[in-house]
Design a protein around this ligand. Structure first.
Ligand code: CA
Length: 235
C-alpha cells in the first residue's frame, strides 16, 4: 500500500468540513482538520500535511494571513476553498502564493482534481530541476529552450520578442500555476509599473498568434479571466 497523502481541511463550518472529510476519506486520503487559524498553524507545523484546503472566513483570522505566513518558510500546496467569488479575492490569495482557488459550492470531482493537480505541482518543482539540467521545458508540441532563449513549436523557432520570450519563460517555469496579471506586470516591467494590463494583453495576443494553432482556443497558455495566465503542464 502506498503511503496515503495527508490533507488538512481548515474550515469552521462543521457541515462543509464533514462533507469534505467524507469525500477525501472515501478517496483514500488521510484527513486532518482545523476550525480556526490558530489550530491550522499548529497542524501545519506539527502534522506536515501534503495539501491544505483553506477557508478564508475563519473565526479568529482571515485565511489570507495563513497563506502569507506559511509562504515565508514553505511551498506546501494551499488550495483556497472560499465563498468569496470576487476576482479581487482570488487575485489576493494567488498573489500571496496560494496554488489554487475553489469557489463554494463546488463539485466533488472538481475538488479531487484540484487536489491531484496541487500535489503533482509539488513534484513539478522537482521536475523543474530536470528543466534546470536539460534547459528545456516541453508541453506537447511546444519546447522552451532556456539556454538559447527561444520557443519552438513543432520544432520551428517562433521568433518571440525579448518581452514575449520572458513571459512564456516565466509561465513555463511555473507551469500549471496561475500567475496573476500584477505579478507578470511587475516581473516584466518592474515594481513601478502602472496597474493597466493593456501592455500585457497586447504581448499575450502576439504570443498566441505565434504559438497557438487557434489563438481563440489556446492549447498552451490559458487565460484565467480577471486573474492571470496559466501554462499547460509540462510533459
Ligand atoms: Ca468560514
Amino acid at each position: 500500500m502506498p503511503l496515503k497523502q495527508k490533507v488538512l481541511i481548515v474550515e469552521d463550518e462543521a457541515s462543509i468540513k464533514s462533507f469534505m472529510a467524507a469525500v477525501l476519506s472515501a478517496n483514500h486520503y488521510e484527513v486532518i482538520s482545523a476550525s480556526t487559524g490558530a489550530q491550522a498553524y499548529g497542524m501545519i507545523t506539527s502534522h506536515c500535511p501534503d495539501v491544505v484546503l483553506l477557508d478564508l472566513g475563519l473565526p479568529d483570522m482571515d485565511g489570507l494571513q495563513i497563506i502569507r505566513s506559511v509562504r515565508e518558510w514553505s511551498h506546501l500546496p494551499i488550495i483556497v476553498v472560499s465563498a468569496r467569488t470576487h476576482e479581487r479575492d482570488k487575485v489576493a490569495a494567488l498573489d500571496l502564493g496560494a496554488d489554487d482557488y475553489i469557489v463554494k459550492p463546488f463539485g466533488t470531482s472538481e475538488l479531487l482534481a484540484r487536489i491531484r493537480t496541487a500535489i503533482r505541482h509539488t513534484r513539478t518543482r522537482e521536475v523543474s530541476e530536470s528543466v534546470a539540467q536539460t534547459g528545456l521545458f516541453q508541453s506537447g508540441g511546444m519546447v522552451i529552450d532556456y539556454d538559447k532563449h527561444h520557443v519552438l513549436i513543432d520544432g520551428k523557432d517562433v521568433h518571440l520578442t525579448p518581452n514575449e520570450y520572458k513571459l512564456v519563460a516565466l509561465l513555463g517555469k511555473y507551469a500549471g500555476k496561475v500567475l496573476t496579471y500584477d505579478y507578470l506586470m511587475r516581473e516584466l516591467w518592474g515594481p513601478g509599473v502602472k496597474g493597466d494590463n493593456q501592455i500585457l494583453r497586447v504581448n499575450m495576443a502576439n504570443i498566441r498568434r505565434k504559438i497557438e494553432k487557434n489563438p481563440a482556443s489556446p492549447e498552451y497558455i490559458f487565460t484565467e479571466v480577471g486573474v492571470g495566465y496559466r501554462m499547460a503542464d509540462g510533459d
